[in-house]
Write a protein that binds this ligand. Structure first.
Ligand code: GDP
Length: 194
């Protein structure tokens, strides 16, 4: 597993705190509760790696993890209704500026609950990745929550919907059963190397 040695680097509250180098950054994003932390922990085979992103006060920050091939970037979950409007716009602004200006970004891993894929903010981030001509790998999480046939149908439906979108791939994943873990590692590895 090329991600086994991942280690937390730092949390950034401003773009100026980001490392000043050319290492590729693979961005992990998704709605709150989509299963992003669980997927990151599983990807790296570390129980509590992304826990740091969830500690109060760090949840609005850009969290960076070093891996041999570059960095994994854990963005705060979007669409969390309980966050105040003021906080929401402030946090959106940091992320917006990171996404628009950071040249290190080599791709996006977008996590969506397989039962609620392609919500409006998911589409926004997809549109953004297309505009920046960055590859986007969609991970449909919690596949264990659906039966085999239903999960497969959901995968095919999302693939069909996104068939015309350039640079997009889609897979099923379960942090519980580890279904799809090899595919996730392969894709993430390839995106970091591209
Ligand atoms: P995040 O907010 O996107 O980081 O989501 P978390 O990784 O914290 O997961 C949110 C909730 O979904 C937690 O209760 C997890 O245990 C649960 N969860 C995450 N991934 C899976 C999965 O693959 N299968 C199941 N059944 N539950 C999951």
């Amino acid at each position: 597993n090329p991600f086994a040695g991942a280690r937390f680097l730092r949390s950034c509250a401003a773009l100026a705190q980001l490392p000043d180098d050319a290492r590729p950054e693979l961005v992990f994003a998704g709605r709150s509760n989509a299963g992003k932390s669980s997927a990151l922990n599983r990807l790296c085979g570390q129980q509590a790696l992304a826990r740091v992103s969830k500690t109060p006060g760090r949840t609005q920050l850009i969290n960076l993890f070093e891996v041999p091939q570059g960095r994994l970037v854990d963005l705060p979950g979007y669409g969390f209704a309980k966050v105040s409007r003021e906080l929401r716009s402030g946090w959106g602004e940091l992320i917006g500026r990171y996404l628009d200006s950071r040249v290190n970004i080599c791709g996006i891993v977008q996590l969506m609950d397989v039962r609620h894929p392609l919500m409006p903010q998911d589409r926004q981030l997809l549109d953004w990745s297309v505009r920046r001509a960055l590859p986007c790998h969609v991970v449909l999480t919690k596949a264990d929550k659906l039966g085999h046939g239903a999960a497969k149908n959901a995968l095919l439906a999302v693939r069909r919907t996104l068939a015309q979108v350039p640079g997009v791939s889609v897979q099923l994943f379960s942090a519980q059963t580890l279904f799809g873990i090899d595919e996730l590692r392969e894709r993430a590895s390839r995106l970091l190397a591209s």
